[in-house]
Design a protein around this ligand. Structure first.
Ligand SMILES: NC(=O)c1ccc[n+]([C@@H]2O[C@H](COP(=O)([O-])OP(=O)(O)OC[C@H]3O[C@@H](n4cnc5c(N)ncnc54)[C@H](O)[C@@H]3O)[C@@H](O)[C@H]2O)c1
Length: 296
């Protein structure tokens, strides 16, 4: 394998890790050697995701792979941080077969990103985090003029406020250890506009300014901050829309230069790359994974 693509010794948190794109991100990060925490409000789904990814994990290659819990490379040890062994395995919601002590590379920890107290509790229990993938997101689709401000508030809390608070709480550990990765999963809907998604797009567009500012503030500590924007991606969310409006998804796919919907794996590939040392010089960027729909 090309140098600089392994993540052995790193710990990654993936919010919304039990969802379609989140699961693909967890799989890729774990396959590169990271210890991964599936952070999701849907605890049974998070536990099932962690268990499935651990069960599907191939035997480690000789010489590759670090002990679970990591810390075998520069920038992974907290300076005066929580004691070794503290981490997701000690937190709430750890299911059978997903504890680090069991040799699990993927663990899970419940968090409700709409609730600041839950986020604070999560950050207090998760242990040192090197890679933070802000993937969770909710979308309420309705014409803007008839949309309900209660829905705006929920999307603001989950899609933008939660990434802000999580970063505020977890970035200091990355800067102290001198290495970190922040990846924000936004949406092409925020770059290009998307009918029925005014409030969603507003919250997702907020991530652009946040990520660029963090890229500047954290650069000297070797922490990069980037945004990944999926275009239409073949997920249960999109299939639900297709069930309501038959033919819409085919129509969308025909309008994509690469003539197909994206897959969760397409998105995960870019997220994973941004987390590696090969992407050490890429920061403050907003990149679409959309088959060419958005070219900027
Ligand atoms: N699917 C697409 O076509 C598409 C397109 C553009 C952007 N995106 C973005 O990609 C990301 C992932 O999308 P997906 O299609 O995999 O969605 P998904 O609905 O499959 O997964 C979202 C996950 O977030 C979790 N979640 C929701 N609310 C939460 C909360 N309050 N606290 C913690 N977790 C919560 C859900 O339980 C779920 O596991 C989202 O941010 C979405 O906005 C998706």
């Amino acid at each position: 394998m090309m140098d600089g693509l392994r993540l052995d010794g790193r710990t990654a948190v993936v919010t919304g890790g039990a969802g379609a794109i989140g699961t693909a991100v967890c799989r890729d990060l774990a396959s590169l050697g990271a210890r991964v925490v599936v952070a999701d409000v849907d605890e049974p789904a998070a536990a099932a995701t962690a268990a499935a990814l651990n069960a599907a994990r191939p035997a480690p290659e000789a010489g590759a792979g670090a002990a679970v819990g990591g810390g075998d490379r520069p920038g992974t040890r907290p300076k005066g941080g929580p004691a070794d062994g503290a981490g997701p395995g000690d937190g709430p919601g750890d299911g059978a077969g997903t504890r680090p002590g069991d040799g699990a590379r993927v663990t899970h920890l419940a968090v409700d990103l709409a609730d600041p107290a839950s986020i604070e509790e999560f950050c207090g229990r998760v242990g040192p985090v090197d890679i933070l993938v802000h993937n969770a997101g909710i979308s309420i689709v309705e014409p803007f003029v008839t949309s309900d401000p209660a829905g705006w508030d929920l999307m603001w809390r989950v899609n933008l406020r939660a990434p802000m608070l999580l970063t505020k709480l977890l970035l200091p550990g990355m800067t102290e250890r001198g290495w970190g990765r922040l990846v924000f999963v936004s949406s092409d809907g925020a770059r290009a506009g998307s009918g029925g998604e005014g409030a969603y797009a507003a919250t997702k567009a907020g991530l652009f300014g946040l990520a660029k500012t963090l890229a500047r503030e954290a650069a000297r500590a070797n922490v990069t901050s980037n945004v990944v924007c999926p275009g239409p991606t073949d997920t249960p969310m999109l299939r639900r829309i297709d069930a309501e409006k038959p033919g819409l998804v085919d129509k969308i796919a025909r309008g994509i230069p690469l003539r197909r919907l994206g897959t969760p794996q397409d998105v995960a590939g870019l997220v994973a790359y941004l987390c590696t040392d090969r992407a050490a010089y890429v920061t403050g960027q907003t990149l679409s994974v959309s088959g060419g729909v958005t070219m900027q």
